[in-house]
Design a protein around this ligand. Structure first.
Ligand code: IPM
Ligand code: MN
Length: 350
């Protein structure tokens, strides 16, 4: 029987609530699909920072390397640890250390979920560059606190980094509706984004079967609201992709439905799966967080691990629950009720 070793980092706030829910579903589907999941839980979080002075131990990355995948709940508790400290101490270093350069975020409406738009159905796959660009971390501050203080944060785009994310997006499009929209801002950013466009054209030449268009980030934001059904695969730089995927989450009914996968495509390190929502301190521990994004992310993890039938079974169970109106609107059902409905649908199908 195949065994998958999963590192669990529930993290902060509702991260623990939704990780529990996702694990219940994962263990249930493993039982019927005939594989085992060996999980090890790491308490790395803002509470851990307060106890130890670090979000994770110095050998944290090396510890994670031994796993087949990482499942993360959420990171951040700004009342005690500034976000720039907690995120740079856990989430962002993991994405970079394991070369998880492709952040995949699906945006579509689940059955009976009413998004804010009067749009017909849409099915967008956002591919966000996840290791460089505006998140490169290159910069500094001088003359701190003085009137002549300067802060610089430089976006870094490398040919290798841009080319690989674009290739990844075109490959994804081949398994879908064969259309890539490459998000740019080359009308204003005459170095990095002109470079991005050139590489888009260069890569597109290798995929004559995939249609490509380029769209500026501002126009793209409007199009995701006005005509989301016209989009298939959307590929964007780190910050552009970050912003557009919160917009994507909004049009699919809210952050409670937004799943994501941080993929290391060459398998040289583990990939990481996490819901897009943050730790939501205001609703933490109250059994009201929507676990659907977390369970959908777990389904993406199963796909990545090659458990494709189990991944489909989990998605089908989520869809059956929402088709009955469970988890479709905030506040109507508890975390436990939504999880129970998904578990019941899984059980009924097995
Ligand atoms: C996300 C989050 C993170 C990001 C934050 C928490 C650093 O917003 O995964 O979308 O910007 O990547
Ligand atoms: Mn974000």
């Amino acid at each position: 029987m195949t065994n998958h070793k999963i590192a669990l980092i529930p993290g902060d706030g509702i991260g623990t609530d939704v990780t529990d829910a996702a694990m219940k579903v994962l263990h249930a589907v493993a039982m019927t699909a005939g594989f085992t999941l060996e999980t090890e839980t790491f308490p790395w979080s803002c509470a851990h920072y307060q106890e130890t002075g670090a979000m994770m131990p110095a050998d944290g990355i090396e510890t994670l390397r031994a796993f087949d995948a990482i499942y993360l709940g959420a990171v951040g508790w700004p009342d005690t640890v500034p976000d720039a400290v907690s995120l740079h101490g856990l989430l962002l270093p993991i994405r970079k250390a394991f070369n998880q350069y492709a952040n995949i975020r699906p945006h579509r409406l689940l059955p009976c979920v009413e998004g804010p738009l009067k749009a017909p159905g849409f099915d967008i796959l956002c591919i966000r560059e996840n290791t460089e660009g505006e998140y490169s971390g290159a910069g500094g501050r001088v003359h701190q606190g003085m009137v002549n203080e300067v802060a610089v944060e430089t976006a870094i785009f490398t040919r290798a980094g841009v080319e690989r994310i674009l290739r990844f997006a075109f490959e994804q499009a081949r398994a879908r509706r064969r259309h890539v929209t490459s998000v740019t801002k080359s009308n204003a950013q005459k170095y990095s984004m002109v470079f991005w466009d050139e590489i888009t054209r260069h890569v597109a030449a290798d995929y004559p079967d995939v249609a490509v268009s380029m769209m500026h980030i501002d126009a793209m934001a409007a199009r995701m609201v006005m005509a989301p059904e016209s989009l298939d695969v959307v590929v964007a730089s780190n910050l552009f992709g970050d912003i557009l995927t919160d917009l994507g989450a909004a049009i699919q009914g809210g952050l409670g439905f937004a799943a994501s996968a941080n993929i290391c495509p060459d398998g040289s390190g583990p990939s990481m799966f996490e819901p897009v929502h943050g730790s939501a301190p205001d609703i933490a521990g109250q059994n009201i967080a929507n676990p659907i994004a977390a369970i959908w992310s777990a389904s993406m993890m199963l796909d990545h691990l090659g458990e494709n039938a189990a991944a489909r079974a989990v998605m089908a169970a989520i869809e059956q629950a929402t088709a009955k109106g469970i988890g479709t609107r905030p506040g109507r059902h508890s975390t436990d009720q939504i999880t129970a409905a998904i578990l019941a649908a899984l059980e009924a199908a097995s």
